[in-house]
Design a protein around this ligand. Sequence first.
Ligand code: COA
Length: 378
Amino acid sequence: MSHQSQPVLSATGLFTPAERISNEELVASFNRYVALYNRDKAAAIAAGEIPALTESSVEFIEKASGIGSRHVVDKAGILDPAHMAPRLRERGNDELSILAEIGVAAAKDALARAGRDAADVDAVLCAASNMQRPYPAMAIEIQQALGIDGFAFDMNVACSSATFGIQTAADYVRAGHAKSVLVVNPEICSGHLNWRDRDSHFIFGDVATAILIEDKGLAPAGHWDILGTKLKTVFSNNIRNNFGFLNRAHGGIDQSGPKTDKLFVQEGRKVFKEVVPMVAAMIVDEMAKLGLEGADMRRLWLHQANTNMNRLIAQRVLGHEASDDESPTVLDTYGNTSSAGSIIAFHLHHDDMQADDTGLICSFGAGYSAGTVFVRKT
Ligand code: COA
């Protein structure tokens, strides 16, 4: 009889780009762009042919989103009002890709924290929103850079990629297809963000996280048992990015103009209204199945898109307004980092948790997609 392996979370890792843009710097550069645009197009604006652009504001950004600053891989290109996109050198095929590079850095951090040698890892999933290319898979390049013998592949479920990756990795361990799986979430969100769009220019930042999911028999002391995972998707166009082979001639980050659907676009209000109840209901449902109540939840590491959204979700789950200790935020310093957000929150805010403390890693975003991972500290 083959025994069924029990998947656990051994460790997480984080790579934070050195460069950072404050809201003040971002808004100053955006408003310079607005002034230049309105000056260049003054005749058409005066003739009523096109609308003038409106300035952004630091106060709005902080109140509407809770975002205070964001880390990025190239600050100068983003803040240049004539460019407004990261300037990233296209590397040769014999060089490590930038997305793999930051993924490897996060993966090494997770491996070191678990006391794990890369040689013990069987599989690598690169689970992220903002892939650099279709193939070869980013995951295989990361696997090669780490010297891992096994298999690797990419998966993209937008902001929920990390939790979908955790469940996929856990299923591989459970089925005996792997004993140690690295889930890597490198997110260069700045490459897909329209920095000229007032409604969303403040949202995203760049980062990489990694999660090591392993067979309990192999896991280091102090690992986290996975009590249960649940995934859900419901199609919606309210968060969308149409970049792809149909628009190769004119797509991409160099396209000018204040709005384009070849980059990230969203109906933020609709997302807010539709996703909050969907996610809150999903968490409460899952808690009931696992025999958990609000009072059993020591901490919620929620997806980091918007503090107001998280406040509402945490309130419905806990039954009271959550403290920063119960539902920590990283939006103030990282912004929205897509799939990596809830993993950064977990990574930076778990050291004080005690054996038997229960917590929830939860993601939600484009698709729509949502994932819950209930964990208990051992
Ligand atoms: N600076 C100043 N004012 C701005 C602004 C900016 N950068 N952007 C928008 N505004 C204005 C709007 O023009 C609008 O003005 P009006 O009322 O006079 O028309 C007002 O602020 C409110 O805009 P709205 O878009 O309704 O703001 P909001 O409160 O919904 O906040 C988001 C916007 C995007 C922060 C918010 O909707 C959100 O976070 N939604 C969820 C998004 C999400 O989770 N997405 C997942 C991505 S992975």
